[in-house]
Structure formats: C-alpha cells, structure tokens
Design a protein. Structure first.
Length: 319
C-alpha cells in the first residue's frame, strides 16, 4: 500500500524535517512520490513517478526551505494503475465554484461502483483519482440543485455521508483539502493512520515518524476537519471497517504464478459486510491486481524496467 503525511497548523512552520523522515520509507514504496503545500492562498505542487530515495530533484527540493501551514505528501506502492506521473498522489481537482482540491489516498476500492463513471474523465487510471472526482461531483451536483453555495456544515455532512457510504468493502484512508480545511479519514481494523496533536498543529502519518513522540492511533470511521491547526468538525463513527491484514494476505496468496484469479472479490466483500470470514483459499482477488505481475510490467524491484523512458523531473507547479 501507500503512505500519507498530512499537516495542518496555526502558523507557517518548517516542513523539511517531517518530509525528510517521511520519504525514508520510500524503498518500500518505490512507485512515485508527491507533495503539495500551501503558501497564503496558493497551492504549490510537485510529484514524480520515481522512487523518492533515488530522485535528485526531490533531494534538491528538500534542501530548500519548505514552510507552510498545510501540507499533504504521499509515497506510492502501486496496486492499481501503471507507474506514471498522472497516477502519482496527491491529485489535484477543482470544484465548479473554483475551490482547489488536493487529494491523497492510501487504500483500494473493491466495491467501486459509485466512482466508476469518473473513469472516462480522469487523467490517470487509479481508483484514488476517481474517488476524488466522485466527491467533487457530489458537491457540484448538490450546489447546482440548491442553486447556491453550500455552507461548511452542509459540505461536511455531504462528505462524511459519502465516505461512510463507500466504506463497506473498501479501504478509505484519505487526507485531502478543499482549500478551506484539511480532511482526514481512516476505516481499517488495524491501525494504519496515526495523529500527533498539539495546541499549534496536527500531523497525520501512516507510520509514526520516530523523531517525534506523542503519536496516537486515529479513531476509525470518523471524518475529521481541521482549519489553522484547530479541529472544526468530526463525524459520528460509521462502523464500516476494512480488514487490512486479511487483504494483504489475499494479495500475497493470489499472486502465486499460475493461480486462477477471480473477477470481483465476492467472497471477500461478503465477509467484510457480514463479518463472517471463510478460509483464505476460498477467496479471490480482482484481476487488475495481477495484470502487472503476470505481464512482467512491474517496475523494479518487481522485475520490470523502472526508470526507463520516464519523463524528466517536473518543475514546481502552482495551482
């Protein structure tokens, strides 16, 4: 899977120490890196389809002072979508009102029916990007029906309900911003997101950064909204939890060469929704997860040709 780092603070602070330590996990997440940080009302954005540990551009970037009140960073271990710039997180979007989005996801959507229509308009090929477009589309459509801008409470309730509706059978660990708040949600049975809260700021990370103490597990099934380092809203727990360990075991077991692959994970999703869990051998994994394994197109260290014919480092972009 992937890893996420997210920060929201009362005042601008140096993000370099957090980023340097966060990117040290990139050997286990070699399929791209990305980050977005806010300067006043502008969002600065960078990503590459390269391992963070081997990126000369990222090394140069981290030598520059990166100060911000809000930051979202990501390192990718691909499960869906090829290794490409457009498939690296975080993703950018924009509501019809002009609100700029930055979105990062650590997870997968197995029950992905609601987001499928957005495959025709996305730039890349990941379910994560489709999830972002789905949430933006809900806000846009609701605003159009009401004929007015939505208040914060209305927006938060809509996002909270949408994530709760998507949670059954899906791993929905996300950190995103709509330009106003930082939103965070996790729904795995096992701890896969941690938080560190102080009077001045909140930091979220998939794996606690060891140079700082005070990390705590993030409560599951709750959407949090932060603005200027202060918690401004949280939802009631929806109770739809995803068994991350079982999912990883399935991926490893079904990746055996020559093993038949099922199409839609029906048994796994049934177990997630009913909390009954048949033996591992009775489960099936979605075809997409083995496309790269079977074709030999995975980048190194999976036997492919990582780093060949990839675009040159992309300069810093401002949204």
């Amino acid at each position: 899977m992937c890893e996420i780092l997210a920060i929201d603070a009362r005042r601008s602070q140096s993000c370099n120490p957090y980023l340097r330590e966060f990117f040290q996990d990139s050997p286990q997440h070699p399929h791209g890196w990305g980050m977005a940080w806010w300067l006043e009302d502008d969002v600065w954005f960078d990503k590459e389809p390269l391992p963070a540990y081997s990126s000369d551009y990222l090394a140069y970037l981290l030598e520059q002072p990166i100060r911000s009140k809000r930051l979202i960073a990501h390192i990718r271990n691909a499960t869906r979508g090829q290794v490409s710039y457009d498939n690296c997180h975080p993703f950018r979007g924009r509501e019809r009102s002009g609100a700029p989005w930055v979105f990062a996801h650590n997870g997968t959507l197995l029950a992905d029916e609601p987001v499928r229509p957005y495959a025709s308009v996305q730039r890349g090929s990941t379910d994560s990007e489709r999830l972002m477009l789905y949430l933006i589309g809900l806000l846009d459509d609701t605003r159009a029906r009401h004929g007015r801008e939505l208040g914060f409470g209305e927006r938060f309730a809509l996002l909270s309900d949408a994530l709760a509706g998507l949670a059954p059978g899906n791993k929905v660990n996300v950190a995103f911003s709509d330009g106003d708040c930082l939103y965070v949600h996790t729904n795995t049975i096992q701890p896969t997101l941690y938080q560190r809260v102080s009077e001045q700021a909140v930091q979220y990370c998939t794996v606690p950064l060891p140079s700082w103490d005070g990390w705590e597990e993030v409560p599951r099934g709750v959407l949090y909204a932060w603005r200027d380092g202060a918690l401004v809203a949280q939802s009631q727990p929806h109770g739809q939890l995803f068994d991350n360990d079982e999912y990883l075991r399935l991926m490893a077991a079904e990746a055996t060469p020559g093993r038949e692959v099922g199409a839609l994970w029906p048994e796994f999703l049934t177990c997630e929704r009913s909390d009954s869990r048949p033996k591992l051998a009775e489960r099936r994994i979605r075809t997409e997860f083995l496309t790269c394994e079977r074709s030999g197109s995975w980048p190194e260290p999976f036997g492919g040709s990582f780093g060949k014919a990839l675009p040159a480092p992309v300069g810093t972009e401002k949204t």
